[in-house]
Design a protein around this ligand. Structure first.
Ligand SMILES: NC(=O)c1ccc[n+]([C@@H]2O[C@H](COP(=O)([O-])OP(=O)(O)OC[C@H]3O[C@@H](n4cnc5c(N)ncnc54)[C@H](OP(=O)(O)O)[C@@H]3O)[C@@H](O)[C@H]2O)c1
Length: 260
């Protein structure tokens, strides 16, 4: 099947592309910048979601589109919400049969502006003209680690009672690739990692793995958003599926010394 992956060079997009190629699909990678190290057999199409540029050419002959593009910042509404609207219009012109979207577990529970953008993006997809599948995932280990890495540059280690259930992005990528084969399925069960841990527990896991000596900075659950995080609003409920390995295993793989 001809499949186009928006954001196919990103943290999530790359494992989606790898899985789809391994499953025998013909894969197009749609991003602004060509991949430095393309997955063999895939083809890059330059596309800019914020302007719609390149979409019609990129979608010609495509049956399924997986949207794994992202933009975090003041233009996230422009890229993610207006972008998906023009993407769906282009899909309709190209007679695409299936749109696969990724969102975030609990994004409708926590009043962060990026999460409001994700809720708006979900609405555009679920009320849109193309048959769809929507998967929500928890935070990727990479994101949690970026937070700690940024703080560690200042010799700081954030602590707090906010709860997370970080997930292995390759498992999420595999779910999206399976969704392509399954066809339009609507909202499918949420996916997350195997354990719920507080920010303090995640910091302890990182300290044990990397042995860094950093100044602990308690983040009290002030404000509604922080209280929702403390109450595990971003974690799976009983209908979600917990998959793959935890943050400690991710750290072991990520920071393993060659030959160890
Ligand atoms: N990170 C998490 O923890 C997490 C958790 C759950 C769900 N998600 C969702 O997963 C999706 C992917 O997130 P990610 O963290 O994998 O993103 P990412 O690593 O930042 O990758 C973003 C991708 O989007 C492309 N892109 C950015 N702006 C674009 C534009 N204007 N036009 C076309 N392509 C564009 C980028 O390529 P170019 O820059 O070359 O265009 C890149 O390939 C998002 O929808 C996010 O909400 C993320």
């Amino acid at each position: 099947m001809q499949v186009a992956v928006l954001g196919g060079t990103g943290t999530l997009g790359l494992p989606v592309v790898r899985n789809l190629a391994a499953q025998g699909h013909t894969v197009r990678v749609l991003t602004r910048t060509a991949p430095k190290d393309p997955v063999p057999g895939t083809q890059h199409f330059p596309v800019d979601l914020s302007t719609g540029e390149g979409l019609d050419e990129a979608l010609e002959g495509v049956y399924t589109v997986v949207d794994a593009a992202n933009h975090f910042g003041v233009r996230s509404g422009k890229v993610l919400v207006e972008g998906v609207r023009s993407l769906l219009a282009a899909e309709q012109r190209a007679r695409v049969g299936h749109h696969v979207e990724i969102s975030i577990v609990g994004c409708d529970q926590v009043p962060f502006s990026y999460y409001r953008t994700k809720v708006a993006q979900e609405q555009v997809v679920t009320q849109g003209p193309v048959p769809w599948t929507l998967l929500r995932a928890t935070q990727f280990h990479e994101l949690i680690d970026q937070w700690f890495t940024a703080a560690a540059r200042l010799r700081l280690s954030p602590r707090g009672a906010m709860r997370f259930q970080p997930v292995d992005v390759t498992a999420v990528g595999a779910r999206l690739a399976d969704a392509v084969d399954a066809g339009p399925s609507g909202r499918v069960p949420d996916v997350g990692g195997p354990v719920v841990q507080t920010l303090s527990e995640l910091a302890a896991v990182r300290r044990a793995a990397l042995g860094q000596s950093l100044l602990p900075v308690p983040l009290p659950p002030l404000g509604r958003a922080a209280r929702r995080l403390r109450d595990a609003a971003l974690c799976l409920d009983n209908d979600g599926e917990a998959v793959s390995f935890d943050y400690s295993e991710w750290l072991r793989r990520r920071y393993a010394k060659p030959g160890s």
